[in-house]
Design a binder for this molecule. Structure first.
Ligand SMILES: [Fe+2]
Length: 204
């Protein structure tokens, strides 16, 4: 679920992503006399990210890129990033994220590669993409909440297929597939909505 710490990170923008690496620090964080200090110390064990249904629109072979929308694509701009870690909270270098999502009207590009791409984590396990906010689409008689599909692959780790959701979407409540731990905090900063998510992959 969205936490106070998530909102703090969002407020820091890209600097917050760089700060994610501090989670692996072996030294305990000293007491900070600051109202914005984290509520709890960093955990030594990271819990595996929940999986979620693949859905019918995955296509293997998406191009390697971090920008999944053009300037001509309708929709609110989105900057989404975070880290990929092991269950020991170590950053996973070279993990591949295979991302796909609907356009602003809720349609998937099943003929081309619109809003599809693969990204690789950097030396600190970080990733970041730019795209547009997906639209909702009908699943039977009900709209699915706004979501982003992701498959993650990393040597020595179990492949993960999941989805990311946005806090506050009225369609989150009662969705057949949503998992609370996959709901992200988000906020508009500058000309884009920004959200962050840290994945954890289990050993193979
Ligand atoms: Fe979907």
């Amino acid at each position: 679920m969205a936490t106070r710490r998530d909102f703090l990170r969002l407020g820091l923008g890209t600097a917050a992503l760089a700060a994610c690496g501090s989670r692996t620090s072996a030294a305990p964080t000293p007491a900070i006399p600051d109202a914005d200090a984290p509520d709890t110390p960093f955990a030594a064990v990271c819990s595996e990210t929940a999986d979620n249904i693949e859905g019918p629109f995955y296509k293997a072979g998406a191009p390697s890129r971090a920008v999944l929308a053009t300037d001509r694509d309708a929709g609110e701009r989105l900057v989404l990033g975070g880290t990929v870690r092991t269950t020991a909270c170590e950053p996973l270098v070279g993990a591949v994220l295979d991302v796909w999502h609907a356009d602003a009207r809720g349609g998937y590009d099943n003929d081309g590669w619109g809003h599809r791409g693969t990204l690789t984590t950097d030396r600190l396990g970080r990733w970041q993409l730019r795209s547009i906010m997906p639209g909702r689409y009908l699943n039977g008689r009900r709209y699915r909440p706004v979501h982003i599909h992701v498959k993650l692959r990393a040597d020595g780790h179990r492949e993960l297929t999941t989805q990311l959701y946005f806090a506050g979407d009225p369609y989150n409540e009662g969705d057949d597939f949503i998992v609370p731990s996959l709901i992200m905090a988000h906020a508009v900063t500058g000309n884009a909505r920004r959200a962050a998510f840290d994945f954890v992959l289990a050993n193979a």
